[in-house]
Design a protein around this ligand. Structure first.
Ligand code: SAH
Ligand code: SF4
Ligand code: F3S
Length: 456
């Protein structure tokens, strides 16, 4: 197909949702006949899929955009697209800030990219940020990995955590049907993908907006039901899900994970703070005691499960003592991985206008202290892998050592070992671990390939 703009480029910022959206938008662009270009300067359609979770995430896009806006003044046929969460947050005002933009589109409009570009090609400057029902995906995503894939199960978020911009930019919860999710997974299985991560900002809310309640009032479409429903998809060997919310995390879900062999023993359950007063002011809807009970229950059913989470330090009004409660929780639980962040006031969120904002200095100091503890705990957690045989799904070459490949254990630990990527990509192999670091492992292949038809 000949087009006036044969090449496109996408840069993605932010979370897995954005990455999944970018893969679908890339699929749409390829379907329209455009080809991917790694280098934005070789591309005629440039799309930035943006994140606004913290101020530094938001600022990242503007320097990229500035460079391309300069280029556009010399090459007027360049098409500049701002998609994602900054686009949704800022809307039309972006056109005043960067008049060179052709299209500003919120995350809910990702599947409509073709229509929106058509309007641009017709000579319009387009803003698509109104709230809509997300169209079921009809285009094949252009997936980055050949081994693991993301599958959206619920869009949006109905929570109102007082620090968080996500509900403003991602809209209300909207679950996909179990049938659509299963169909996507079956196709992935046929294409040779081995691992699927089911995605939602609050995945425990899955199904609340779908019909299907028993006479006793129980929902038939919970995340637990979905796991049972998709578990036997042929070819898919591993299932993960993220992100879990402690407020809704159930023992029934934990039991299902223990019972279903394909569901990996890895849980990502952000706690945000270890202090009950702060949790209350964050509107999280649970206490640190409840969070500890959830982890205890997981470990009762799956003693080796790996646990990761997110935490925020320096929330408005957080005292030294309250911060120490976060340290205490981290010390007691021992996370395999913790994403930490200093609180960043976000436009349109309640906590942003509270008076007791902490200084950058205090936030930075707390972040460093927390990160220090996280490293020590993760290193301790890693020790249990030493000399153990782990199943690793090979994803890629080690970018720092071409003799090595890398993949993940069921517990989601990044693992390196000597091997040929052409033979091993997408294979699950048994690796004996002989070196451990806080967040990664090294080992050697000991077992045969467990699945697939590799020539290895
Ligand atoms: N839906 C998930 C996470 C969404 S955002 C959840 O409910 O946990 C990812 C992480 O970014 C959050 O877990 C939180 O730790 C962090 N985050 C969100 N808003 C933030 C803010 N204003 N400042 C600092 N970190 C923030
Ligand atoms: Fe944000 Fe809270 Fe929703 Fe997570 S659950 S996306 S932190 S509002
Ligand atoms: Fe960022 Fe939007 Fe995800 S704000 S973290 S890209 S939902």
């Amino acid at each position: 197909m000949t087009t006036p703009f044969p090449r496109y480029h996408i840069t993605t910022f932010g979370c897995q949702m954005n990455k999944a959206d970018s893969e679908r938008m890339a699929g749409i662009l390829e379907d329209m006949g455009f080809e991917y270009s790694e280098d934005p300067n070789q591309a005629k359609i440039i799309l930035y899929n943006t994140c606004t979770i913290r101020d530094n995430a938001e600022q990242k896009v503007y320097s990229h955009l500035g460079r391309q806006a300069d280029r556009k003044r010399k090459e007027p046929d360049l098409v500049l697209v701002m998609a994602g969460c900054v686009a949704q947050q800022e809307g039309e005002s972006l056109l005043r800030r960067v008049p060179e933009l052709d299209l500003v589109m919120g995350p809910q409009h990702a599947n409509r990219l073709k229509d929106l570009l058509q309007q641009v090609f017709d000579g319009n400057q387009v803003v698509a940020t109104e709230s809509i029902h997300i169209l079921e995906d009809i285009t094949k995503p252009r997936r980055d990995s050949k081994a693991t894939a993301w599958v959206n199960v619920i869009y949006g978020c109905n929570e109102r955590c007082t620090y968080c911009v996500v509900p403003n930019v991602r809209g209300v919860e909207q679950s996909r049907t179990p049938a659509a999710i299963r169909a996507e997974m079956e196709e992935l299985g046929q294409q040779g993908y081995k691992e699927v991560t089911l995605l939602g900002q609050n995945i425990d809310a899955y199904g609340r907006d779908l019909p299907g309640t028993t006479p006793e009032g129980r929902h038939l479409n919970t995340l637990t039901d979905l796991l049972y429903y998709v578990h036997d998809v042929p070819g898919i060997e591993r299932i993960r899900f993220a992100t879990s919310h402690p407020r809704y995390f159930t023992e029934r879900l934990i039991k299902a994970c223990a019972e279903l062999p394909k569901v990996c023993e890895h849980f990502h359950i952000p706690f945000q703070s270890g202090d009950n007063e702060i949790l209350k002011r964050m509107s999280r809807g649970y206490t640190q005691e409840k969070y500890r009970r959830i982890i205890d229950t997981i470990r009762k059913y799956m003693p080796d499960a790996s646990i990761s989470a997110d935490a925020i330090v320096g929330f408005p009004g957080e005292t030294e003592e309250q911060f120490e409660n976060t340290l205490k929780l981290v010390d007691d639980i021992g996370f395999d991985l913790l994403n930490t962040a200093a609180y960043s006031p976000r436009p349109g969120t309640p906590a942003a206008v509270w008076e007791e904002q902490l200084s950058e200095e205090v936030k930075k100091d707390r972040l460093q202290r927390l990160n220090h503890l996280v490293n020590i705990k993760a290193y301790t957690r890693s020790q249990r892998y030493m000399e153990r045989i782990e199943e690793v799904l090979v994803e890629d070459q080690n970018p720092k050592d071409a003799m090595q490949v890398m993949g993940r254990t069921r517990g989601n630990r990044l693992t390196f070992f000597t091997g040929n990527i052409n033979q091993l990509k997408g294979q699950i192999v048994q690796v004996k671990i002989n070196e451990v670091r806080a967040f990664s492992l090294t080992g050697e292949v000991v077992g045969k390939v467990l699945t697939g038809c590799s020539s290895y």
